[in-house]
Design a binder for this molecule. Sequence first.
Ligand SMILES: *Cc1c(COP(=O)(O)O)cnc(C)c1O
Length: 222
Amino acid sequence: MAVNTAAYQQLHDTLQAKQVTLVAVSKTKPVEDILALYELGQRDFGENYVQELVDKQPQLPGDIRWHFIGHLQSNKVKYIAPFVHLIHGVDSLKLLKEINKQGAKLNRVIPVLLQVHIAQEETKFGFSEAELQEVFDHPEIADWKHIQVRGLMGMASFTDHEDIIVKEFQYLKGLFDRYAQQKTTNITLEILSLGMSSDYQPAIANGSNMVRIGSLLFGARS
Ligand SMILES: *Cc1c(COP(=O)(O)O)cnc(C)c1O
């Protein structure tokens, strides 16, 4: 088994001291690996693919908090809506509206993060600053009682240049601080989901309070 329990313990202690939530990203990894960390006390796990999450969830303990961190298509929301703890990658009003619709059917409020495009790569997803403003200004949003916007999520550029990554993190932290002041009934920004195995340290130094870490814990993905 490739789970690095020593790395987990160390990371867990460091993050706990800083009050940063660790989401263990288990995509492509078997349920045995997830259980190995569960037995050490880990409860927050992140998955990227709807089918994989739907397959794994019933095989694992019911008190796991499942984070959906991938790109979510509107037509697949219904499969994860009954149990998902937090959807990180919300990147359109259409998707937000669909999550609200599925939440209404289940009579539950589904917590979400809005993903902001901070990287240089066009292939990465997320709202621009102007689009984010449109979400906050949207006339219907206060009526969507079955979503709770709890924060922002971002992914930095894929680069070895830490100065570029830090600039992108700082940009998102600036937006986070600004929009955190615009509270409404169903929007309260408290969570900043930023940082992965390669960049969680600068992410935390620049305001992240939730990191999504996979390969450092579970080993490289094939
Ligand atoms: C896969 C993934 C991660 C974890 O990446 P690692 O480099 O393995 O830590 C974090 N966030 C998102 C959105 C991912 O897709």
